[in-house]
Design a protein around this ligand. Structure first.
Ligand SMILES: Cc1cc2nc3c(=O)[nH]c(=O)nc-3n(C[C@H](O)[C@H](O)[C@H](O)COP(=O)(O)OP(=O)(O)OC[C@H]3O[C@@H](n4cnc5c(N)ncnc54)[C@H](O)[C@@H]3O)c2cc1C
Length: 375
């Protein structure tokens, strides 16, 4: 009989794991909290080994054809262009693919044979009870079933991690930064389609991405740890008002206004998840749930796809899940450590804290563009 697995979270980590485990002969069920795929979010990068995984999954060409190629500008408070460049052409990013979060999610989701992989939307695991031969799972809406293995791919604020490993605070490293993302289509950027416009001041960054006849805005800012629960939808709006209200620079009033009225505002703290082990008995974690590197590394999605693929291949190669889990923990840790260590460089460029660092952050892009032109 096929081994039964349950994956919590239908995003990059969860859907990649579902793809591979289904291919390797497991009976896969995915449970997703959202009523549908959660396709909002700023563009994300697919890099390094994740591109080879996309090739193995047969989706590289689709990803490439949906690539978000854009021109970027850093502007001053009066919207005057200070630096103009195309990030996709800079040497550091050559070969990487930047793509809209929703486009990549749909491409991966469409690889799943829907008559084989069961996806339950609008539900969540409420209890996990580990037995010697299986994990008894209770869902919030009442179902109960025992699975051979259960995986948490449910993001930074993972429920599976909380239930099987302990409270989030034990594993979370707060980076002193919060960010907000929303579709802000009413904003007029005055730029051509496919332009990313960045405005920076000390400890704050605002971005407008114009693409597909729409605009998405991001506000990022340094702040001390605040009393905020990620399920609270109203408190983020008060926090944004506190940090950006009254700021008349660049397009900040329009961005803030749109965000305060948005019903898809995505607000979170920038943090990393650092755990001594990603497996416990018959439960495993992947993606941000296990090793969120934060968006400052540009590696969250790639790590999610890579970790899910490695774990699935170890389970395929080793009949005993304990051996597979040990190999996953050992094999993936060095990459995670090195990616997580990169966070400070990008944090300092994007959110400089001194005037000298602010000036240097513009010049850094200008210089990179110059050197890429001369290669
Ligand atoms: C709506 C949304 C918008 C995002 N926007 C950005 C952005 O603008 N910039 C950025 O850098 N990163 C963003 N991220 C995070 C980014 O997608 C991840 O950092 C990264 O791609 C790693 O992917 P992941 O699959 O591990 O986790 P995620 O992409 O975070 O996916 C986790 C999935 O688990 C689901 N989930 C959560 N709790 C439960 C539960 N209890 N039961 C079942 N399912 C659950 C979520 O709805 C989500 O589908 C966003 C994530 C989401 C969910």
């Amino acid at each position: 009989m096929k081994k039964q697995v349950l994956i919590s979270g239908a995003s990059f980590a969860g859907l990649t794991l579902a793809y591979w485990l289904n291919k390797f002969g497991y009976a896969v069920t995915v449970v997703e909290l959202g009523k549908d795929l959660r396709t909002t979010g700023s563009p994300i990068d697919v890099r390094g080994e994740a591109l080879n995984i996309a090739r193995e999954m047969g989706i590289y060409d689709q990803i490439k054809s949906a690539e978000f190629v854009h021109t970027d500008e850093i502007v001053d408070a009066g919207d005057k262009t200070l630096v103009k460049f195309a990030i996709n052409t800079l040497p550091e990013y050559l070969g990487d693919i930047e793509i809209h979060r929703g486009d990549l999610l749909e491409i991966i989701y469409n690889t799943l044979p829907k008559d084989e992989v069961k996806v339950i939307f609008g539900n969540s695991i409420s209890a996990l009870i580990q037995h010697e031969n299986g994990v008894e799972v209770h869902l919030e809406k009442g179902e109960r079933k025992t699975y051979d293995l259960v995986f948490g791919a449910d993001g930074t604020h993972s429920t599976v991690r909380k239930l099987a490993f302990g409270p989030e605070e034990e594993f979370k490293k707060f980076l002193g930064v919060y960010f907000a993302f929303a579709a802000t289509d009413s904003i007029q950027t005055g730029r051509a389609e496919s332009t990313g416009i960045v405005y920076r001041e000390l400890g704050k960054q605002a971005v407008n991405y114009q693409f597909k006849n729409g605009v998405n805005s991001i506000l990022v800012f340094r702040a001390p740890k605040m009393d905020w629960n990620y399920r609270d939808r109203e408190r983020p709006k008060l926090i944004l008002k506190e940090y950006f209200g009254g700021n008349t620079n660049w397009k900040i009033p329009e961005i803030l206004n749109s965000m305060l009225g948005a019903n898809d505002l995505y607000f979170d703290e920038a943090c990393q998840i650092d755990m001594p082990t990603w497996t416990m008995g018959r439960v495993g974690l992947i993606g941000d749930a296990a090793y969120a590197p934060s968006f400052f590394t540009g590696m969250g999605t790639s790590l999610a796809m890579q970790g899910a693929t490695l774990l699935a291949k170890e389970l395929h190669a080793n009949e005993n899940h304990e051996i597979a889990f040990a190999k996953y923990n050992e094999g993936f840790k060095p990459l995670v450590k090195s990616v997580q260590a990169r966070v400070n460089r990008s944090l300092n460029v994007q959110l400089p804290e001194t005037e000298a660092d602010l000036k240097a952050s513009f010049e850094a892009w200008g210089n990179q563009q110059q050197s890429s032109k001369t290669e």
